[in-house]
Write a protein that binds this ligand. Structure first.
Ligand SMILES: [Mn+2]
Length: 354
């Protein structure tokens, strides 16, 4: 079943057309990424509308749709109504998670079809990755691993978190990233107890932990990794917490395979942290799915109750955060397989002291 057929499978009694407005769904359905546009899918055919900035690229690369240019004379509403009339669409499913209230109000006013919210049904197709998607994610992660190796040589006591963040971003692009999966997190010293702290003007010094959480975007797909490194030296307590997080991550990875639930994976890792006495300091979930978006469903957290499937990709990122002291997080990306998992992240996980 090609991707367009997957979307067509949603066209049943209540819905006879689908409006794809999110960049992710348009990319997945047409197997090509265009920053702006709207696509409509019906049993009989589909149109992909975009403007003059993207039309040539769309015409050359979009698969499965008729590509038509929108412009002042042919606004999206007119083109969509033409398609609605041509295909006799009465009920048009839409992605309510990716429309602003204003955009929805405009469509409700202009379009000559009843709008039906599709909930999570449209996104769910992207949970299990195809080989071409995994190849892009492997490449995204390879770039990210290379950036990590390179940035390690650039860490110097005396530089600020923001300066290190800038070096990290440079390394992600230099090694082949098309962009960033998200603004990298770079925190140091006591700031490492903030799981999603923001890089600031704090000066990095000896005895600090530095946590870097970052990923390259490659052909529309995200990488995501975290490493915590020590500057100059690490105290016994820092080593103990680091090793506890590492053992927790390895325990999660050890049970990662198709058929287990996200809660089981989370539980295996959480047990290590709880048994070591740090249970209260691991507040977030063990992992999230990832693909075109850095955070996708399903999650590997205590409420993840659906069995994971072959070729779902999830992060493995336990952490311990001691307020006022320091924190540690270690994150890899793993692909669920029949008998285990493929770890996309190659960077070492022993405690690195720079
Ligand atoms: Mn992550």
């Amino acid at each position: 079943m090609n991707n367009l057929e997957k979307y067509r499978s949603l066209l049943t009694d209540g819905v006879d057309g689908l409006l794809l407005t999110s960049r992710y769904s348009r990319h997945y359905a047409a197997q090509f990424d265009i920053a702006e546009g709207i696509a409509i899918v019906t049993k009989a055919g589909g149109y992909y509308f975009t403007d003059s900035r993207y039309i040539e690229s769309a015409q050359n690369n979009i698969q499965g749709f008729k590509v038509v240019e929108t412009n002042r004379a042919n606004p999206y509403s007119k083109l969509l109504n033409d398609a609605i009339a041509e295909f006799g669409v009465e009920c048009l499913g839409y992605e309510e998670e990716y429309l602003t209230v204003a955009e929805f109000a405009g469509m409700e006013k202009d379009l000559k079809a009843k709008l039906v919210p599709m909930g999570k049904q449209i996104d769910k197709f992207r949970a299990v990755k195809q080989e071409w998607e995994l190849d892009r994610m492997r490449k995204a992660q390879e770039i990210t691993d290379q950036a990590f190796e390179e940035v390690l040589g650039r860490i110097q006591p005396g530089m600020t978190e923001k300066q290190l963040q800038a070096e990290l971003i440079y390394c992600l692009y230099k090694n082949g990233g098309d962009g960033l999966s998200f603004d990298p997190i770079v925190v140091s010293g006591p700031n490492t107890s903030l799981p999603h702290g923001v890089a600031g003007d704090r000066v990095i010094c000896k005895g600090d932990f530095i946590t870097m959480d970052f990923g390259a975007l490659y052909q529309g797909y995200c990488a995501d990794m975290t490493r915590t490194v020590a500057v100059g030296y690490a105290t016994e307590e820092m080593e103990k917490v680091y090793n506890t997080v590492l053992q927790a991550q390895l325990a999660g990875i050890a049970v990662t395979k198709a058929g287990v639930t996200g809660a089981q994976v989370d539980g295996a890792a959480r047990k290590v942290i709880t048994d070591a006495g740090y249970g209260a300091y691991f507040g977030h979930g063990y992992g999230h799915s990832i693909g075109m978006q850095v955070h996708e469903a399903p999650n590997c957290n205590p409420s993840g109750d659906t069995p994971m499937e072959v070729n779902m990709v999830c992060s493995a990122e336990p952490g311990i955060y001691l307020p006022g002291k320091f924190g540690v997080r270690i994150e890899d990306l793993v692909v669920f397989k029949e008998d285990g998992c493929e770890n996309l992240t190659r960077s070492p996980k022993n405690l690195i002291i720079v």
